[in-house]
Design a protein around this ligand. Structure first.
Ligand SMILES: Nc1ncnc2c1ncn2[C@@H]1O[C@H](COP(=O)(O)OP(=O)(O)OP(=O)(O)O)[C@@H](O)[C@H]1O
Ligand SMILES: [Mg+2]
Length: 427
């Protein structure tokens, strides 16, 4: 049997589930105990006690000696007709009262009423030869002490214990929540202070996370240091080379100058990549205004790009420099491999999407993963006349998107037929 249909109704959070796990056994236990104990045990005891009482009442009914009644602790009084209640009475929670009345009525066909007005006394009404008779005796003769007290006790103590365990449980769950928050923040490129705490297992997971975070941070730092170090050191000899070439004759130097320029561009790409997405802190930025500024700046530099559509308003925590570099990379790819670029921004409750489309050849689905890798250039033959790139453009975009907890998605543009590149960032 599958319980999958139950899933939508079950709580999703750890707190809700823990509460359920906590409450379910307690409530079941209470129910089982109530049913078994009250239904079976109390009914049986009440039945037995009532039967003993029935024998004593028979004794009283069968004799005229008032001492018998006195000895059996039953008071018999003649009462006026009006004193008799219109029907059997009992309190709503008095479950054993049902059994008492049932047994009595079964034993005495001529018994008129059984009145269980409160927990303490039982009143029976018989019609004797001299008029209406009321038998009054102690309730303790016919049923064990009140079962509803047991119920009340169970509910009150059950609730009390649940509250206490929930308080303990909350302390156990808090470290897990904190670990989740720290991991989530790190995924978005933020470093929040976190100290492993809680149960051994949670603490172990926390320590593993802290170690992992430190290792990743160290690696990013090393990558940055190495790449920027190499690029920086290569710049000086390159500048010297350029100066040296300038001394040479025009046509001899031209091809070499082009090579030097290529190398220069490569180094600039390295530096960009090395600086990566990690620099700066995320600040609330209006993404629509930011993209509009980027597009305007590029238009002024004679790039064929338009901002075609914006949807939604609001601010999103972004590293403006990183996002600018990413969008510029996408636009320059679009106009390099196509002829024009169209940009749109969609800001919804849950996410931000910056889309760049072009009318170029696009990237076939099977090559998309490849295109995102650093230093990857696809089909050099196809792009020969487009100038040589370093192959870092898209990997920088991926880096920036990841640093914001987002991703870069490549697809086919429905509007222009070329590549459709989406930077999607969760808010
Ligand atoms: N808009 C596009 N249309 C078609 N192909 C593209 C597009 N953008 C990227 N590509 C392909 O993906 C490859 C990787 O792109 P990426 O931007 O990473 O490097 P690049 O443009 O070659 O060099 P760089 O951007 O570092 O100067 C490109 O070589 C190209 O083949
Ligand atoms: Mg590029």
């Amino acid at each position: 049997m599958s319980f999958r249909w139950l899933k939508p109704y079950l709580p999703r959070g750890l707190y809700g589930r823990a509460t359920l796990i906590l409450l379910l056994p307690v409530v079941t236990l209470l129910l089982v105990v109530s049913v078994v104990f009250i239904q079976r045990h109390f009914e049986g005891v009440t039945e037995q006690m009532t039967n003993t009482m029935i024998r004593e009442i028979r004794l009283v009914l069968g004799t005229d000696d008032p001492e018998v009644a006195e000895m059996l602790d039953i008071s018999v009084q003649p009462v006026p007709e009006a004193a008799m209640p219109a029907q059997d009475t009992r309190l709503w929670y008095d479950f054993s009262g049902i059994v008492v009345a049932r047994e009595l009525h079964a034993a005495f066909p001529d018994l008129l009423r059984v009145a269980l007005a409160d927990d303490d006394v039982v009143e029976l009404y018989f019609r004797g030869s001299g008029g209406l008779l009321r038998f009054v005796f102690d309730r303790r003769h016919v049923s064990a002490s009140q079962p509803h007290q047991l119920l009340v006790n169970m509910v009150v103590f059950g609730a009390l214990m649940t509250v206490i365990s929930f308080l303990y449980l909350r302390n156990q769950l808090r470290p897990i929540t904190r670990l989740a928050e720290a991991a989530d923040a790190f995924g978005r490129g933020r470093h929040v202070p976190y100290r492993p705490a809680g149960a051994t297992e949670v603490r172990a997971a926390g320590r593993a996370f802290v170690d992992m975070r430190a290792r990743i941070e160290r690696q990013i730092e090393q990558r940055t240091l190495m790449l920027s170090g190499v690029s920086h050191d290569l710049r000086t000899p390159l500048t010297r080379l350029r100066l040296g070439l300038a001394m040479l004759g025009e046509e001899e130097a031209a091809p070499m100058l082009r090579d030097v320029d290529d190398m220069q561009r490569l180094l600039d790409g390295f530096l960009d990549f090395a600086r990566g997405a990690q620099e700066g802190e995320a600040e609330p930025v209006d993404p629509v205004a930011l993209v509009r500024r980027i597009v305007d700046d590029m238009r002024r530099a004679q790039v064929a790009v338009t901002l075609v559509e914006t949807e939604g308003t609001g601010e999103v925590p972004l590293r403006a420099d990183g996002v600018r570099r990413a969008v510029e990379n996408l636009i320059s790819n679009a106009v390099r491999y196509g002829t024009c670029a169209e940009v749109s921004v969609t800001l919804s409750e849950r996410s931000l999407r910056i889309r760049v489309e072009d009318d170029g050849p696009g990237i076939p689905p099977e090559s998309r993963d490849e295109a995102l890798r650093p230093f990857a250039r696809l089909e050099p033959a196809r792009n020969q006349n487009r100038g040589t790139g370093v192959g870092l453009g898209l990997s920088i975009v991926v880096d920036v998107a990841r640093a914001h907890g987002g991703a870069l998605r490549l697809g086919e543009s429905a509007r222009l037929g070329g590549l459709c590149a989406d930077i999607v960032i969760a808010r």
